[in-house]
Design a protein around this ligand. Structure first.
Ligand code: 2AM
Length: 502
């Protein structure tokens, strides 16, 4: 069924995210045409949602769908990243979408695909990319939206994106809660802003996910250390995380951690669910993409990569179980650490978190040179304050830092963050040392500390690496007493060279 040209917007792909985003759009009074490849899903969706403030127009064919939307058409596609995006885009062209229409890929696409698609389809339609973060609930009641593409296209998408995005209080920067079906939040600052051309939005969304990997890994390491160094139980830990949520660590991920740790196992109510869940973490690839991008551009985002590797290590469950029976650690440590250790672990978490964000922002800083974007880093932090998984009070501090100095080269150099690390670093070092002494893996805490110590060290041992490279491969070196960019080589003593056998 279709009604010609009534809808202000269209959406393709009615999986959970697509359905919720469509309902969010309709809640804000926009008439929206919807289409799904499997038509039964479209019909069921329309049946289940008869009274939305904006009209839901269900379409069984793409031809009907295209006709149902006012021109210039604004069409959001929420299908699996990769081949499905190209398939749907081509089908839209075949169904009559034209050069004046805007197609927004709101899935988790690789930014290079977004750049390619914009170019590839430029003669046929205006391809636009937008990151959407916040999971199912975010999509339904207010996500963080990270748009990138042609600025003219953004003008058409902006009213919809600003309406449906999460909102934060302009004074406190905290999310405004309380959206309900049919009753969206009104007022507040929307968690969306135009980020730049072509793949900029999807790149920022990817880095958001990379940071999310570290945030989660750091929290899990704090949990593990508290458990093993202090011998605390899940409900004790839930209380600690609730307390931490009242400090600088206040964030969605800390809040849900407190909830998770209180949850009993429905199958075995005497147990806590966290103890029944297998310790093998899954991943969908955005953390890997972030780390690969860091490696490609030579940006030391070591804690982000470490968080991905930590998931890879966790997935080797059977190997680890076998190794745990053979590979010995240090003699069991003293478990009777007192309350002071709780605060030390909190400080370690906070200092590590600062380093993780510093890495994510360094990565975006480098990417903007590479792809000719011009990021406003304060804005990026500000649109993550609500709606997304990494939302946190902390992000306001990042916005403040970039407001103080828009050219800040690294978050660690900002006076606020410098002071926080100054305050916490003794405890951070103590926790890392204790983890090592007790044989408790804390890879993200440790790599963040290595990042901090490397970044603040004027002379690193890389001089020796350069000497070795020149010795075995004549790769040359620069000198401390000469200008950068002048390269030297010496003939190292022949006698010390590896002997090549004839
Ligand atoms: P489906 O319900 O017909 O499978 C998430 O997979 C969403 O993307 C679903 O709505 C799914 O439709 C849709 N989707 C996945 N691949 C697609 C494709 N190649 N063409 C159209 N829709 C697709």
């Amino acid at each position: 069924m279709s009604e010609s040209g009534v809808a202000q917007v269209g959406l393709i792909g009615l999986a959970v995210m697509g359905k919720n985003l469509a309902l969010n759009i309709a809640d804000h009074g926009f008439d929206i045409a919807v289409f799904n490849r499997t038509t039964a899903i479209t019909q069921e969706f329309i049946r289940e949602n008869p009274n939305t403030p904006g009209k839901l127009v269900g379409c069984d064919t793409l031809a009907d769908f295209v006709l149902a939307i006012k021109k210039p058409r604004v069409i959001i596609i929420l299908v699996k990243a990769g081949a499905a995006v190209d398939a749907v885009t081509q089908q839209l062209i075949d169904a009559g979408v034209d050069k004046s229409d805007i197609v927004i890929d709101a899935g988790n696409s690789l930014w290079t695909d977004t750049i390619r698609c914009e170019k590839q389809y430029a003669e046929k339609l205006k391809f636009f990319g937008s990151g959407v973060s916040g999971g199912e609930l975010g999509a339904r009641f207010g996500p963080s939206l990270m748009p990138g593409g042609d600025p003219e296209s953004w003008k058409h998408l902006k009213p919809i994106w600003e309406a449906i995005a999460a909102k934060v209080d302009p004074k406190t920067g905290k999310p405004i809660p309380g959206a309900e079906p049919g009753k969206p939040v009104t007022g507040g600052v929307p968690c969306t802003a135009y980020l730049g051309p072509d793949g900029a939005g999807h790149y920022v969304k990817m880095v958001h996910n990379g940071i999310e990997y570290v945030d989660m890994q750091l929290i899990s390491e704090a949990y593990f250390l508290l458990r093993h160094l202090l011998g605390l139980t899940p409900p004790d830990l839930a209380e600690i995380f609730s307390q931490w949520n009242l400090t600088e660590l206040d964030s969605y991920l800390i809040e849900i951690t407190a909830d998770v740790l209180q949850q009993r196992d429905p199958a075995k109510p005497r147990k806590y669910l966290v103890d029944s869940i297998l310790d093998a973490a899954g991943q969908k690839g955005t953390g890997k993409w972030t780390s690969t991008s860091a490696l490609d551009m030579g940006v030391p985002a070591n804690s982000i990569a470490e968080a991905v590797f930590a998931r890879c290590m966790s997935a080797l469950k059977e190997e680890r179980v076998a190794a745990s029976k053979k590979l010995r650690g240090p003699k069991a440590g003293n478990k009777k650490h007192g309350k002071k250790m709780i605060e030390a672990i909190r400080q370690a978490l906070f200092c590590s978190k600062i380093c993780a964000y510093a890495q994510g922002f360094q990565l975006m800083f480098q990417a903007q040179q590479e792809y000719h974007w011009k990021f406003d880093f304060g804005t990026i932090a500000s649109i993550w304050r609500g709606g997304c998984i990494i939302r946190a009070g902390f992000l306001q501090k990042i916005t403040d830092a970039y407001t103080r100095d828009p050219k800040l080269v690294n978050l660690l150099m900002d006076p606020y963050f410098r002071k926080q690390i100054q305050n916490g670093q003794d405890q951070w070092r103590q926790v890392v040392a204790l983890a090592a002494q007790n044989g408790i893996a804390a890879p993200a805490f440790m790599s963040a500390l290595a990042y901090y110590d490397s970044y603040r060290t004027a002379v690193l041992p890389a001089s020796l690496i350069q000497a070795q490279r020149d010795y075995f491969g004549a790769h040359t070196y620069e000198r401390v007493d000469q200008a950068r960019g002048k390269f030297f080589h010496i003939d190292w003593p022949d006698a010390k060279r590896p002997q090549i056998e004839a």
